[in-house]
Ligand binder design. Structure first.
Ligand SMILES: [Zn+2]
Length: 385
């Protein structure tokens, strides 16, 4: 059966895709709720087996919800099996437990609303449905598939990062169905994300009796907030934002302490290193104050490497040939787990999720009719890449 039959098949199953998405959305899964995440991992284990998984391994996470690594052999076993394709999705959401009460799963004007529909239970639905469709249509991809499902992407992937990188090192390429660019474009470049905190110690003194003996930590910090923003190089894609600052205590005391939290976005590792050096080079302006800097680059930039560009070109040709779909690509300032796979050199296509908008916002939704087409796209890529 040629791959062009995927779309009619998945379109005929659209209601099953919607029902699967409903199951996932109505199982709330905040990043820090281990019990809820583990219960969803149980449910996902069943769903993976129903989709034809050859094995499902549970990777314990003592600090939160467990992760899952499923393998779909598609007949490729033994030492001569080709390198697997890596499919990657996270099943945590940013929404706290109980959000469903005010933001229930609902379908209105062709849109499916609810917490996590767009980021990224819609994408998870596509991966499960694409794998099921390949099995039901007896279509055999040229590679086995490793499907990694993680529970902590929305808090920076502290416990899954090593697992992601180890799995990526063995793979041929990665597909990630995070939300696409507006209009459905894939994401082949993402900025790297860093978080730093600058703490300032001053010298407290009475502001009326002996202000000359004090050194204001807030005044010192003010100098540095301006200096930090000056490190940015927007033309190179580098921005620094002091998103939060605090300091001082009583209004009649020269403030003894202050601090600022800094969000850093970079397009290249070279820029990440330049910013890191510049932040560490900050030194006190006022005599008698001192500075302490903590933090680092959390996610390396996903650079549009030659290997990713060539993977996209193959994907574009396959989508045009099999689905008549004109795939586009672009970049975004937001990070995802694709940053990790890409940074270790694995060609990676992200943004394969359903059309929609409102990730992390109350109007979060997906376009219902995009589910079959995007699932067919992912299945087509598994058959072609
Ligand atoms: Zn996401």
């Amino acid at each position: 059966m040629p791959p062009t039959d995927l779309l009619p098949f998945l379109t005929s199953r659209r209601d099953d895709l919607v029902a699967l998405l409903r199951t996932l959305v109505e199982h709330e899964s905040p990043s820090k709720d281990a019990a809820a995440l583990n219960a969803l991992a149980d449910r996902l284990t069943d769903l993976l087996r129903q989709s034809g998984a050859s094995s499902v391994d549970r990777v314990p996470n003592p600090d939160g919800g467990d992760h899952l690594l499923a393998r779909f052999d598609f007949g490729h076993t033994g030492p001569d099996a080709p390198k697997p394709a890596l499919l990657m999705a996270h099943f945590d959401t940013v929404w706290p437990m109980g959000t469903l009460a005010t933001m229930p799963f609902r379908i209105e004007d062709g849109r499916i609303h609810g917490p996590g529909t767009f980021d990224m239970k819609g994408g998870l639905t596509l991966l499960l449905s694409a794998l099921t469709a390949l099995r039901d249509l007896n279509l055999t991809p040229p590679r086995p598939v490793e499907f990694l499902l993680t529970s902590d992407e929305e808090i920076g992937s502290p416990s899954s990062r090593t697992l992601i990188e180890a799995t990526a090192r063995k793979a041929a390429y990665a597909l990630v169905p995070e939300p696409p660019l507006p209009g459905g474009g894939l994401k082949t470049a993402r900025k790297g994300v860093g978080r730093y905190t600058l703490s300032v110690a001053g010298i407290p003194a009475h502001s009326g009796i002996e202000p000359e003996k004090g050194r204001s930590a807030l005044l010192e910090l003010a100098h540095h907030i301006i200096a930090i923003h000056a490190i940015a190089d927007p033309a190179a894609g580098t921005t620094l934002t002091v998103g939060r600052a605090e300091g001082g205590g009583a209004v009649n005391v020269v403030p003894a302490s202050a601090s600022a939290e800094i969000d850093v976005r970079v397009s290249t590792l070279a820029e990440a290193e330049r910013v890191d050096r510049a932040l560490h080079a900050l030194s006190p302006v006022l005599d008698g104050t001192s500075l302490a800097l903590t933090g680092r680059l959390n996610r390396p930039p996903m650079e549009r490497t030659a290997a990713t560009a060539s993977l996209f070109e193959k994907a574009r040709a396959a989508a045009a040939r099999s689905l008549g779909l004109e795939l586009t690509e672009g970049s975004t300032g937001g990070g995802s787990d694709a940053n990790f796979t890409s940074a270790i050199g694995l060609p990676t296509l992200d943004g394969l999720g359903p059309l929609g908008s409102g990730a992390h916002a109350v109007h979060e939704h997906i376009e219902m009719d995009s589910l079959p087409l995007r699932a067919a796209l992912i299945a087509t890529l598994m058959l072609s890449l």
